[in-house]
Structure formats: C-alpha cells, structure tokens
Design a protein around this ligand. Sequence first.
Ligand SMILES: O=C(O)C[C@@H](O)[C@H](O)C(=O)CO
Length: 272
Amino acid sequence: MSHLLRKPENNKLADGVTLVHEVTEKNSDLHYVGFKVVDLEPHTSYDEKLTNLELCVVALTGKITVTDGYQSFSEIGTRDSVFERKPTDSVYISHNKTATITAVTEARVALCFAPSDKELPTKLIKAEDNGVEHRGKYHNKRQVHNILPDSDPSANSLLVVEVFTETANWSSYPPHKHDQDNLPEESFLEESYYHEMDPPQGFVFQRVYTEDRSLDETMAVENANVVLVPKGYHPVGVPDGYASYYLNVMAGPERIWKFHNEKDHEWIIDRD
Ligand SMILES: O=C(O)C[C@@H](O)[C@H](O)C(=O)CO
C-alpha cells in the first residue's frame, strides 16, 4: 500500500471515544499539516492540548460542544451525513490552549492542525459563513465549502475546505499542484484529504505525482481513508454510481493558495 494512503486506525482511546485517524509530523512526511478524526458517542469528550499548533475543529457529522477553556460553542454541527451536501459548523482555536470536544449526539469530528506561534481569537465558523462555490463543467463538477479560505485571516497557516464531487466526475482537476515556495507564481502547501463515499462501499482514485514523476502514486481510496499530499499534482476521479466527499487541510510557510495547473491538461478548463 502506498505510504500516502491511510486506512482508519480505529484506536479506542476511552469508552465511546475512537481515534479514527492520526497524522502528525512524527508519523508522516508532513511538516505543516496535522490531521485527526475522532468518533464520539453521546456525552463523551476528547481533549486536545495545543502547544505550538493551531486547530480547526470541523463537526463532520453529529452535534458537539467545543470549548477552548474560556469560550464554549454549544450544540454545533448541522448534519447526520456529509452527503446532505450542506455546510457544517467549525471552530478555530489558536495554539497554547486546550480544546475540549463533547458529543451531544453521536459525532464524527475532524481536527485540522498547523504550526502556529501567533495568538489569534477563538472563532466559531458557522455553517452559513462557509463560502459555497460550484466549480467546473461537463464531468468536472464539484461543490466546494470554504471553511477557512486564504481570504479569511482567522488563522495563521491553516486552510480548510470541503469538496463534493458528483458521480462520474473529477475534482482537483485538471491536475494542479502547490509545491513550490515561489510566490506570486506558486505557493508551497502540504495537503491532506479525508475521503468519504456515497454509498460507502464505493471507492475513488487519487493520483499524487510530481512534475518529474519521482513521486507517482495512484491509489484506490475507500470510505474514511486519508490521502497525504506532501507535494505534487493530486487529481481525484469518481466512478459512476458513487458520489465523493473530501475534507482538505492545507498549510505551508505562507497562507496563500496559489496553485499551478499541469500545462498539458489546462485546456480542460477552456472548453466552451
Ligand atoms: O476545486 C477542486 O476540485 C478542489 C481542489 O481545489 C482541492 O481543494 C485542492 O486540490 C486544493 O489544492
């Protein structure tokens, strides 16, 4: 299996608390992006002590209460399934705090991390504050929920976005990359993908490859898998009959998403 593909670990931390994924600097090639998924049974809690990391808590499904020890946001989260295709609530918490997430209902929560050394206010990012975009045409249609885009200065490094790709469509396509710290042409941003499929027995394909093909991995990605993108192009293809959801976390030295399309395939965008 590719070292970029992560299956659910389902590590039981306590009664009703399961760590589904844990991507850290120690167990991956990523230096800027950290990522966890936690499943919580009602009335259970998970604590995350943030030393030199900032955090965006995304209520993927279910209702949760999130506190940084000073402020609390109660009963946030808007959906039972990500495939309701509506935005959800999230909370941004700066470093040096402890985040506590308590489940009101059964919940799946994503924790998106990036290094940080500047104190910023804790912020509730309400579902209705997500910028919703419809991108692409023909078999390249996707719906994007911008949770923490680079136009929102609420975070130091973190960028967070949800993408729904309809059946038999492609996204992150034509292939683009952001692996050169060479602004204003391109930014360097690592990326993680947390995938779900509807119905859940589906799979999608994701290729991660660099310009020189020294990295070239094509992965069959199943429900609740994570794909790591330390560098390179990273398109996703969705088979007929299945819809795809993914949550992207990006971070790098500069909080700017400036990507470079692969020249050979850029014509895809310009079709009438
Ligand atoms: O527009 C899309 O298909 C989503 C992608 O841009 C995705 O968020 C990504 O690849 C970010 O670099």
